[in-house]
Structure formats: structure tokens, C-alpha cells
Design a protein around this ligand. Structure first.
Ligand SMILES: Cc1cc2nc3c(=O)[nH]c(=O)nc-3n(C[C@H](O)[C@H](O)[C@H](O)COP(=O)(O)OP(=O)(O)OC[C@H]3O[C@@H](n4cnc5c(N)ncnc54)[C@H](O)[C@@H]3O)c2cc1C
Length: 532
């Protein structure tokens, strides 16, 4: 019997739990090889990220390196470009130019999570500060500091108020925690800005629902509302966001909040790879049976935020939550091992410890196994729960020591500037080097600033020169705007310099600049330089 290949797509909570369970419970006779593919080589602990805003935690505390916790697993840190669930095949890239890899498996676990989709709210895509990735949170903290700096020297009263007003869209877990952490951080920072009065600072939380934290009981939800109001946060509940501009948020009741900071915790969308699968999605998620299997696709499982796994008792899908992701990841592993061994599968029952939310260093709310807590006892329980789920003792100890230290040390105002100096990247190539290759996945658009290149296409297996290009010419737009495969090879004839632009940035420019689109679609002379 050949070894069975298990391929896990996504290195978040669900994918990692699946891999760890397989490692822990496989037997020598099972003969399985485990591969995981993810954009980053870390597991991101989203529930801890709001604490980055106030500086209680730093990025390394919420990121767990996959290579530390998945011994013996083959890890591809790559972008998944396409999935064929019938053949159980995937195509991966490095996210940029070429270097494509195709993998196939006997068992495939789809654990790609969700994405942020703000397209329902006009203006939010353009102007909101997002809260999904670690970069989003570092950027958000930097932005809060930037606003205090700018406001401290702004003489225009209206603009100063705009810079000191922070609107958080959403009052679920992330919204309540981020608003509270941001509020604590901003108010504590005012001691370094004596020219700003505490009364000038506004933090406003807006939600279309008329209560916060929908999964908590009414009593605890009211405690959270009271606590937020006592700390100076304004709550606008029962009213949705209508639109946003560069300088304001307009609510559904017509009221307008002037601000330079809209922090979005709303807009959970379907991962584009999942949207492209040949299946009718169930409210944006892959329909599964209670065993986490996808009906109609033998050997394919789906877990976590991208899966609708029904509770065997109620038939209702489990929610998109971390404990559910853990439970489904584990269950998929258990059922794959059962399939390999010819044993029956078992339905998924995610553990239900309860809910916790941390609002500041010393205040939390928790409902754990029917017991409702608030204040510092809940903040201790919440931290203890996070520590118990950390995958290694080293991580647990590091996090615990850091929390103890941050309870004693005051907030600090250090930003972490992460801006790149260039988004248009200059590149140099020697004579005879290939810049892009026909048939490969595209990553960038190029403008030649110096030198000469030839454009080649395969005709009956032979490369033929179809064009030569020089300074001021461009290439790469066909694949960057189309189906992503390069339609020709570009090779340098002399030492060549180019400016290159990432595909997403280029596509956004073309979409909004019709003149550029027209210029790019003009027919080009077949040969700019006479062939030598
Ligand atoms: C700010 C924030 C706070 C939260 N707080 C809580 C909380 O307090 N309690 C709670 O229960 N839940 C909370 N959640 C939700 C919880 O984090 C999710 O339910 C959980 O992460 C889902 O796990 P997952 O494995 O399905 O997805 P994820 O953890 O998102 O993992 C998906 C993985 O797939 C990878 N991936 C996606 N597309 C590609 C691609 N094309 N190529 C390669 N890799 C790809 C990603 O890089 C990632 O590694 C919070 C979420 C956020 C964003």
C-alpha cells in the first residue's frame, strides 16, 4: 500500500489543529505524510491581536511559528492559486513571479478562513483601517499615535477634532476589545500631549445591532456597555453605517461623525478561493456533513471559518469562532485517520468552554461553564484560557511573563513604522537574463527605463522573437489584468533597468484610470527595433 498524502490548505487555527492532531495520533501502520500550505509560516492568534493596539502585547506574542509546532510536517509558505477538489490538486506560487508548484493528495482539508469584505459599505474599502492581519494591527497602533501627533500641532479647530475622533465599526468581540484597548491607550498617552484635553478625545463604537457581544448573556453585555461608557467611549447601537469618506462617517439615521479614523471590525467575506469552488456555498461557506466531509468530493474535508459543519443534534452550522475551528480541525484529523484505518467517522462536537473578552489590562468579561464573571477575575480567567490553548510551554511561559510585566509597566508610545520606501520597485537585469517566462504565473507589470529586451513566444516548440522593446516601453499587462499566465517570455538583450509594480496595485490603477487602460490596449507595432 502506498503512503497516503494529507494536504492541509491554510495554517490558521483549524488547519494547525488538524495537523497537530494527525501528528499526535497517527500510528506507524497508518503510513501518512502531512503537508500544510499557508501564506505565512505562522499561526496567528487573532483573539490576542487587540492587545497590540495598546502595546500590552507585541507582534511576536500572537504569532506561533509553524516549524516550531509541526515537527515532521512538510510546510509550503506560499500563496494557493487554485484548488481542484475533484482531483484533490492545488497550484501554489510565491505570490510574485513564477516558481509555481502543483501538489496532489489523497485527503485534502480546506481551512482557508475568511477575508474582510467592506464592499457593502460605500467608502469603507477606501478609508477604513482593517483589523484582520498582524500588519493591520501594527498599522492601527501607528495610526493612533500619528493622529495624536498631528492633532497636537493642528490649529484648525475642526480638523483637530476630526483627528481626535476615532470610530469603531462593529460591537462584536473584535469591535468591543479594539475600542476599549484603543481608548485606554489614547487616554493614557495624553500625559505626553498636555496640549490635548481628555474631553477633546472621542472614541465612538457603532453597531447596527442594539446590543454588544451577541454571544454573551444580557447581564454581561450590559456590564460591558456600562464599563465602556464609564471609560468615555460613546456607543451608537441599533444604527448601521451608511457610508464613509476621507473625513467622515455617515450613519443610517443621517447623522455624521467627522473623523480621520474609521476602524472596521465588520464585513466578514468569503475567501476568493472558496468562492471559486464548484459548489453552492451555504452563506459563503462550504457545505459539509457533521463529519467535516464535503459531500460529492471524496477525500475532501472543510474546517474552520470557511466551512458550514452542522451540529449533528440541531442541524444548524456551528459559528465562525476559534473554539469551533479547533474542534473541526481535530475532528477532520480524527476522521481522516479513521478513513485510513477503515473505521467509522465521528461527528464534530466542538468543546464549549464559554466566551471571554478582554477589555483592558485589568477588566474582562467571561461566561465559562455557566459561570458569569466580570472585572479582574474575568481577565484572569480569560488569560488562563488563552495560556491553556497555547501549543508549547515555552510560548505559555513567554506570554505569562509578558502579561505580568505589562501589568506593572505603563503604556509606551513607541510606534513601529513599517512603511516601505518604495511600492514601485526598480530592478536591474544583466544581458541574457529572463524577466518573465511564457506560461508562468504573473506577479508584476514592468516599464523599461534603460536597455533593450526581446519578447519571445513558443511556436511549434521553438522560441520566436515577436517584438523588441526599449526605454519607455512596457510589458506584463496582459497577464496581470487577465488570467495571470504569461503569454510570452521577455529576455534582456543588454543590461536593462525596469520599474515594476505589483499586480494588485497595477490592476487598481488601471481600473480607476480609463486613460491608462486605453493607452495599454492601443495596438503596438509588431517590432519596435528591426530584428538584428
Ligand atoms: C481581530 C479578531 C479577533 C477575534 N477574536 C475572537 C475571539 O475573541 N473569540 C473567537 O471565538 N473568535 C475570534 N475571532 C475569530 C477567529 O479568529 C476565527 O474564527 C478563527 O481564526 C478561524 O480559524 P480558521 O483556521 O478557519 O481561519 P484563520 O485562522 O483565518 O486561518 C486561515 C489560514 O488560511 C491562510 N490562507 C487564506 N488564503 C490563502 C491563500 N490563498 N494561500 C495561502 N494561504 C491562505 C491564511 O494565511 C491563514 O493562515 C477573531 C477574529 C479576528 C480577526
Amino acid at each position: 500500500m502506498s503512503r497516503k498524502r494529507v494536504l492541509i490548505l491554510g495554517g490558521g487555527h483549524a488547519g494547525v489543529r488538524c495537523a497537530r492532531e494527525l501528528i499526535a495520533h497517527r500510528r506507524a501502520g497508518d503510513e501518512i505524510d502531512i503537508t500544510i500550505v499557508s501564506r505565512e509560516n505562522v499561526e496567528v492568534w487573532h483573539g490576542l491581536m487587540p492587545q497590540i493596539v495598546s502595546g500590552v502585547l507585541q507582534a511576536q506574542h500572537v504569532l506561533i511559528p509553524l516549524r516550531e509546532i509541526l515537527p515532521g510536517v512538510t510546510i509550503y509558505t506560499r500563496e494557493i492559486e487554485s484548488i481542484d477538489p475533484i482531483k484533490r490538486q492545488v497550484v501554489l506560487s510565491l505570490g510574485g513571479e513564477s516558481d509555481e508548484v502543483a501538489l496532489e493528495a489523497d485527503y485534502m482539508v480546506i481551512a482557508l478562513g475568511s477575508v474582510t469584505d467592506l464592499s457593502r459599505f460605500p467608502g469603507l474599502t477606501e478609508h477604513a483601517l482593517q483589523t484582520k492581519t498582524i500588519g493591520d494591527f501594527i498599522h492601527l497602533r501607528n495610526h493612533l499615535i500619528e493622529m495624536l501627533e498631528a492633532a497636537s500641532v493642528t490649529t484648525d479647530a475642526a480638523e483637530r477634532q476630526r483627528r481626535l475622533t476615532f470610530v469603531v465599526a462593529g460591537a462584536g468581540y473584535a469591535g468591543v476589545e479594539i475600542a476599549s484597548e484603543a481608548n485606554e491607550f489614547l487616554r493614557a498617552s495624553l500625559r505626553a500631549y498636555p496640549m490635548i484635553a481628555p474631553s477633546e478625545l472621542r472614541v465612538v463604537t457603532v453597531d447596527i445591532l442594539s446590543r454588544v457581544l451577541p454571544t454573551f448573556n444580557d447581564h454581561l453585555a450590559q456590564r460591558v456597555v456600562d464599563r465602556m461608557r464609564n471609560r468615555g467611549i460613546e456607543l451608537r447601537l441599533g444604527v448601521g453605517i451608511k457610508e464613509a469618506t476621507a473625513g467622515a462617517v455617515v450613519l443610517a439615521d443621517g447623522s455624521r461623525i467627522e473623523t480621520r479614523s474609521i476602524i472596521a471590525t465588520v464585513g466578514i467575506g468569503t475567501n476568493p478561493l472558496v468562492r471559486g469552488l464548484p459548489v453552492e456555498l451555504q452563506r459563503g461557506r462550504i457545505p459539509c456533513d457533521p463529519f467535516c466531509r464535503v459531500p460529492g468530493w471524496p477525500g475532501v474535508y472543510a474546517v474552520g471559518d470557511n466551512a458550514a459543519v452542522p451540529d449533528a443534534a440541531s442541524g444548524q452550522p456551528f459559528g465562525a469562532m476559534v473554539m469551533v475551528a479547533f474542534g473541526e480541525g481535530r475532528q477532520a484529523a480524527y476522521n481522516i485517520l479513521a478513513e485510513v484505518r477503515g473505521e467509522p467517522p465521528a461527528p464534530c462536537h466542538p468543546a464549549r468552554f464559554g466566551e471571554v473578552a478582554l477589555l483592558s489590562r485589568r477588566y474582562g468579561v467571561a461566561q465559562v461553564r455557566g459561570v458569569a464573571l466580570h472585572g479582574w477575575p474575568a481577565s484572569l480567567v480569560s488569560r488562563a484560557l488563552f495560556l491553556s490553548f497555547m501549543p508549547t510551554w515555552r510560548r505559555r511561559l513567554g506570554l505569562a511573563l509578558h502579561w505580568m510585566g505589562s501589568a506593572l509597566m505603563p503604556d509606551n508610545l513607541t510606534p513601529l513604522p513599517i512603511g516601505r520606501s518604495n511600492t514601485v520597485v526598480p530592478m536591474r537585469f544583466g544581458a541574457g537574463e529572463t524577466i518573465v517566462r511564457e506560461g508562468e504565473l504573473s506577479g508584476r507589470f514592468y516599464v523599461i527605463t534603460a536597455g533593450e529586451v526581446e519578447v519571445l513566444q513558443l511556436v511549434h516548440g521553438e522560441e520566436q522573437v515577436i517584438r523588441k522593446l526599449g526605454p519607455g516601453d512596457h510589458f506584463g499587462e496582459i497577464a496581470a489584468l487577465g488570467d495571470r499566465r504569461r503569454t510570452a517570455t521577455v529576455r534582456t538583450l543588454t543590461q536593462t533597468s525596469v520599474l515594476s509594480l505589483a499586480r494588485q496595485d497595477f490592476a487598481a490603477l488601471v481600473e480607476h484610470l480609463p486613460a491608462l487602460q486605453d493607452a495599454l490596449t492601443q495596438p503596438r507595432p509588431s517590432t519596435r527595433f528591426p530584428p538584428s
